[in-house]
Ligand binder design. Sequence first.
Ligand code: NAP
Length: 251
Amino acid sequence: MSDGKKTLLVTGGSRGIGAAICRQAIGAGYRVAVNYVSNQAAADALVAELKAAGGDAFAVKGDVGSEADVIAMFEAVDRAFRRLDAFVNNAGIVDLKARVDEMSAERLERMMRVNVVGSFLCAREAVKRMSTRHGGKGGAIVNISSAAARLGSPGEYVDYAASKGAIDTMTMGLAREVALEGIRVNAVSPGITETEIHASGGQPDRVARMQDLLPMKRAGTADEVASAVLYLLSDAASYITGAILNVSGGR
Ligand code: NAP
């Protein structure tokens, strides 16, 4: 690819917030790699939509909680795009509502493997490609955290909240670690956002149930979160690194 277009990989890019990021990125002129883990139909449908809009995109399957999958995913991007300018650590899971005194080791290990270890492995691969220390040309990383990191999600999923606390800390540390290597690292911390993640956690009515408790009396949209991500990836945010931007309607 020699037309100078920037490239972006979004984990969990096929649905929800990730899909909104991919759509806006195509609009901003990026080539986009759309990662997913199991729902190939959703990934294929999004890629078809992005191509119909004149964009260059492809889907890449891989579980961010698997080191082999993460390495293969970044290698697929290397082959397709030959460069990586921007990366969004978006893939994340919740689990069924539970108290800490009910959580199994298996649940906790899955939560931390996908949300924390997965984000670290992907950040590692992105830094290896972007860092001037490794011969790269620099780049930008945005991690998707959650207001849960501040609120703790008592009675619902403290494990998830703690996994996002780790993402906030990783964002601050990695940002400083690579600040002289051409890479900016920031986080966007959404509040309750209308996506299918709530149904995945067994609470399809969560948005409707919670919205009256929110300062704006409504949940956010995936597009509202994506706008903040595209801003942090852009040169307009050239002096912003290590920031955690709340997109939570005041919550
Ligand atoms: P979503 O609608 O459930 O979509 C999840 C996406 O991640 C899908 O593309 C899914 O792929 C992919 N995915 C799930 N597990 C994966 C894995 N192990 N490896 C690779 N991809 C995986 O989720 P969302 O609501 O957009 O959430 C996106 C991010 O925002 C998450 O990090 C979440 O914690 C965070 N967040 C969401 C909210 C909210 O209220 N929605 C609030 C705060 C933070 P498949 O389609 O193949 O399953």
